[in-house]
Ligand binder design. Structure first.
Ligand code: MG
Length: 401
């Protein structure tokens, strides 16, 4: 098969707010090869990622992603790795390339899985998909009382693990954060896992993070996620060492990694206990899979990062589906309507557990009507030439699934 086309669908809610909620817009990718179709999603700023696909070349090592993808052969997983290497070589100076290619890479796995009538996890070499324990990913409430009520709601929905984050956590006093943490624990009850996401709030300030360790330990938090900017490896290592002295809370991070090497570096030098990888950013399913195996060998736990649709959720789970000991998985619990509407299928939680389906490709069908409903009309012109035009809604609905 040869890659005939790559189409990008930029969709968004009518209003995009300042909430730290990545489900307010999305960039969905459709790849076709010899009449076969695969779908993927980038975890990225949509317009800049489209631009990276079509931009005029700047020089010989700064080519548009399209130049390494269109017309390439796609017959096996090895071809996906080969195309990835081409993108990395030809677009080494185009920083958005990894984000753009991630969605294409995911679509290529979906396409291959559909052609071979196998789930992606089997193409990766796993013999089965193990059940995971999904955690509800939510934002802290505006007040501790709201946080508490949110915890009650989420555990009533069947979640056995809840992650709170952002919404001002870490920006005020350590005492205010402790109030939020105790409210969170009270809301979810004594048995559910409690996870906390600091959203890089402390920059590289280890002392500020350490000031929260006692409260995190009191409420038996499993991890403190992204306490620092993504590449502050020394700060990650220092906090990890302090946390190990304090008790059982561990440091988590990795969602910002846009290459396998960055994920490995966070393990090797930041010594995180939980490595969280977003397939929509690291370069796709292949790099995420290799990062999962690396984390396993390093004695760390791999966790998916995802905050948008169930297409992205399925893609994020494939890379570690067969690793039985890596049980916790992220599950976007309060997505915007856009993220719900974009797929026809939704991965069900049964008795508090989530298992990937044994279905071809990603096993999740995109709802093409939703691509029309939430479509943003984009055109990129250079010297009067149209480099990109949003695919026409009618063409979308008529296209083969
Ligand atoms: Mg996070």
């Amino acid at each position: 098969m040869r890659i005939d086309s790559v189409d990008f669908f930029y969709v968004a809610m009518p209003e995009v707010t300042l909430d730290a909620d990545g489900s307010q817009d999305a960039l969905v990718v459709r790849v076709t090869a010899d009449g076969h179709v695969g779908w993927g999603e980038c975890e990225a700023s949509p317009l800049t990622s489209i631009a990276a696909f079509v931009t005029p070349r700047s020089h010989g090592a700064c080519l548009p992603v399209a130049d390494s993808v269109l017309g390439e052969r796609i017959d096996s997983p090895a071809d996906i790795d080969r195309i990835q290497a081409l993108v990395r070589r030809n677009s080494m100076d185009l920083l958005q390339a990894a984000h753009t290619f991630s969605g294409i890479e995911i679509a290529l796995w979906d396409l291959l899985g559909k052609v071979r009538e196998e789930p992606v996890w089997r193409l990766l070499g796993f013999d089965r998909a193990h059940a995971k324990t999904p955690y509800a990913s939510a934002l802290f409430g505006a007040t501790p009382q709201e946080t508490l009520e949110k915890g009650r709601e989420l555990t009533a929905r069947g979640f056995r693990a809840v992650k709170y984050g952002w919404a001002g956590f870490g920006e005020g006093t350590a005492a205010a954060d402790a109030d939020q943490l105790h409210a969170a624990r009270e809301g979810i009850g004594p048995d559910a896992l409690l996870l906390v996401d600091a959203g890089q709030v402390w920059g590289a300030d280890v002392e500020a993070a350490e000031a929260r360790l006692a409260a995190l330990q009191d409420v038996r938090a499993t991890w403190i996620e992204e306490p620092f900017e993504a590449d502050e490896y020394g700060a990650y290592a220092a906090l990890g060492a302090a946390a190990a002295r304090t008790g059982s809370v561990r440091v988590a991070g990795g969602e910002a990694a846009h290459s396998e090497a960055l994920a490995r570096t966070l393990l090797d030098y930041g010594h995180v206990g939980y490595l969280q990888v977003d397939t929509g950013r690291i370069g796709g399913i292949g790099p995420a899979h290799r990062a999962a195996l690396y984390a396993d060998r390093a004695g760390a736990t791999f966790v998916n990062h995802t905050f948008t649709t169930h297409l992205a959720l399925s893609a994020s789970l494939q890379p570690f589906a067969g690793l039985a000991d890596h049980r916790i998985c992220e599950f976007p619990a309060e997505p915007r309507q856009l993220a719900i509407d974009l797929t026809r299928d939704h991965l069900p939680i049964v008795d508090g557990e989530l298992t990937l389906p044994d279905a071809p490709g990603l096993g999740v069908e995109v709802d093409q009507e939703a691509l029309v409903t939430y479509r943003r009309d984009v055109e990129i012109l250079v010297d009067g030439e149209v480099l990109f035009a949003a695919p026409e809604p009618r063409a979308v609905t008529a296209a083969a699934r």
